[in-house]
Design a protein around this ligand. Structure first.
Ligand code: MN3
Length: 239
């Protein structure tokens, strides 16, 4: 006897199978996606204007994501590793992956490390104590960080990191490199990140990078920095 339910099930399975194959392949084709900004484009005023945020996130960051997805065919490992794992093994890839995986990681991090004025909290007691111990005071840390950001020649980033030895350090990287990468001189787990590419500030500040860095402190998301510091000190990956 024929079994109507079974026949239907087999017919349904036959219909679904090609879809299942497509679904299994789809993530590998574009495993990276542009994260949504955790606030409105004008939320970081007066430090960062809405036009800069829109172009920076919607065009620059999106281009890194699109370009990185475009490299998955050449480097299938990109689809199976976390974004952090890709950074720490970046020497296995080519320059385009280094630039675009770095750009995607750095910007994804940068957005979370900012918050509207008054909403970013304060450094935790633990982070404040570590900053005092390493740099002498919060003011001296800010001065040192701003000087480091100013010294980046051309395009790059300034960082506060927890070093492999567990202490704090101010570092800089060129282009879209970051302290997780196995190709940079000073490695560590990022606690703060500041983009000092001209595309991050030129519309509002033109060539006045120092003014941009000074205006940035009130939009630092210390709550997220505290979380990252605690995770790095505990030896966990911060995200
Ligand atoms: Mn940027």
């Amino acid at each position: 006897m024929t079994h109507p339910v079974g026949t239907l099930a087999i017919a349904a399975l036959a219909l679904l199978m090609p879809l299942a194959v497509v679904a299994a392949d789809a993530p590998a084709a574009a495993p990276f996606s542009l994260p949504t900004l955790p606030y409105a484009e004008d939320a970081l005023l007066p430090a960062i204007d809405a036009d800069t945020m829109r172009i920076h996130h919607g065009r620059h960051h999106k281009a890194y994501v699109d370009n990185l997805n475009g490299k998955v065919g050449q480097f299938p490992a990109l689809a199976t590793q976390s974004l952090e794992q890709i950074q720490s093994g970046i020497s296995a890839f080519d320059t385009a992956v280094r630039n675009n995986a770095g750009g995607h990681y750095n910007h994804s991090l940068f957005w979370t490390l900012m918050a509207p004025v008054g909403q970013g909290g304060e450094p935790s007691a633990a982070l404040a104590a570590a900053i005092d111990e390493r740099f002498g005071s919060m003011d001296r840390f800010r001065t040192g960080f701003a000087e480091a950001a100013g010294r980046v020649f051309g395009s790059g980033w300034a960082w506060l990191v927890v070093t492999p030895e567990g202490s704090l350090a101010i570092t800089t990287t060129a282009n879209q490199d970051n302290p997780l990468m196995d190709v940079v001189a000073e490695r560590g787990e990022p606690v703060l990140a500041l983009d000092v590419w001209e595309h991050a500030y030129y519309l509002k500040y033109q060539n006045q990078r120092a003014a941009y860095v000074q205006a940035w402190w009130p939009v630092v998301n210390w709550s997220e920095a505290n979380r990252r510091f605690q995770a790095a000190r505990a030896g966990d990956q911060a995200d």
